[in-house]
Write a protein that binds this ligand. Sequence first.
Ligand code: HEM
Length: 413
Amino acid sequence: MLDNTLPLLARGYAWLPDLSRRTGPGAVRTRLMGKPAIALRGPAAVGFFYDEDHVRRRTALPEPVLSTLFGKGAVHTLDGAEHRKRKELFLKVLKDTAGVTALADRVADEWERSCKEWSDRPRVTLFDEVSVLITRAVCGWAGVPFTDGPGADARMTARDLTAMVDGFATAGPRHWRARRARQRQEERLARLVEDVRSASGKTTGQGGPPVTAVEAVAVHRDADGELLDPRTAAVEILNIIRPTVAVTWYTVFGAHALHRNPALRQRLATGGEDYARAFAHEVRRFYPFAPFVAGLAPRDVEWHGEHIPEGALVLLDLYGQNHDPALWESPYTFDPERFVGREPGRDELVPQGGGEASQGHRCPGEDVTLAVLSTLLPRLARLDYRVPDQDLRIPLNRMPTKPRSGFVIAETH
Ligand code: HEM
């Protein structure tokens, strides 16, 4: 069987759906990065995938992904007790309702401030502006100051954080930009962690409980009882602020959805929290972001009669599951009604992984994602703007993708 790494990089989100159309229903067998690989989808597959007896993460992620998107030593790469202990840190910071609301309030304030700035400009690119406003909000909230050092002002930080996401699945200039961005931000945040540790005395328990995400990371002790080394601490601070800024992608997709479905605008503008949340869920289901998640079989295992040899890559096809006609009626229709008055099942809607966030690798940032989207999208629906002619195509062969123009909005008069 031919190795599919290059076709994956070349075809992006279309790669797995095309393979599965060719191979028919059931699991898809292929080869990736020189290993046999099997791709699964569906709620039962989610249960299988998130069982550590079947799939482990250590060594599953290739170096180019770690050096751009996640960082070396990140929570994504841990298993078992080590993973659960590190994950507690994220759950403490990201599942705290008051903390998430405080972050959403900062996003709302930054939105108001940005709208005032935009009123002087005939047009703005939503992707660029939203990435900066979320960067300001999340860095303020997390305790990451903006100073004059390399990559330290809000616009440079936003550029670095989005570059890390943009460059993980490609070769060439985008990839090297992502590596440099990560290096710059890890160095700066490692220094911040050392400063916070020495200034506050919090690591010795003398400075009171941590109040910011940076402080929480600085005082966190891993399963071995040790503090994180400053570089790993920087990696994990980035694993809070980078994906929060990545909600920019979904915000721009939300703008795209409003443009393509103008009848939904009024309801989103005035429909309150519940409709905003339903709309946010549908943006996460409909638009492509994380294509799949992957791990390695720790021993020979079996999935519905399919043999998976030890060391094989197991993929959970997130994008495929979110568009599976067996789960979603008219999956290629954008329709927030599917989530009005109902929360999706745990293993049904999986743009950010499945299973329990506290037990497995499911994204701990779903509350933050939904809160930021529910803050920004109704405000966008209430904003008076025009969508000038531009290239709004969303190429599926690019990962991650977005409307090519970045979604330009212009004043109405
Ligand atoms: C832009 C929207 C987001 C998307 C599409 C997304 C997607 C994902 C996916 C697919 C995973 C991997 C799940 C797995 O390996 O099984 C993940 C993990 C993770 N996400 Fe998110 N995420 C988003 C937002 C966030 C936010 C806002 C945060 C933090 C504030 C966050 C922090 C994390 C962390 C720390 C992990 C690793 C969890 C672990 O390995 O246990 N994500 N995310």
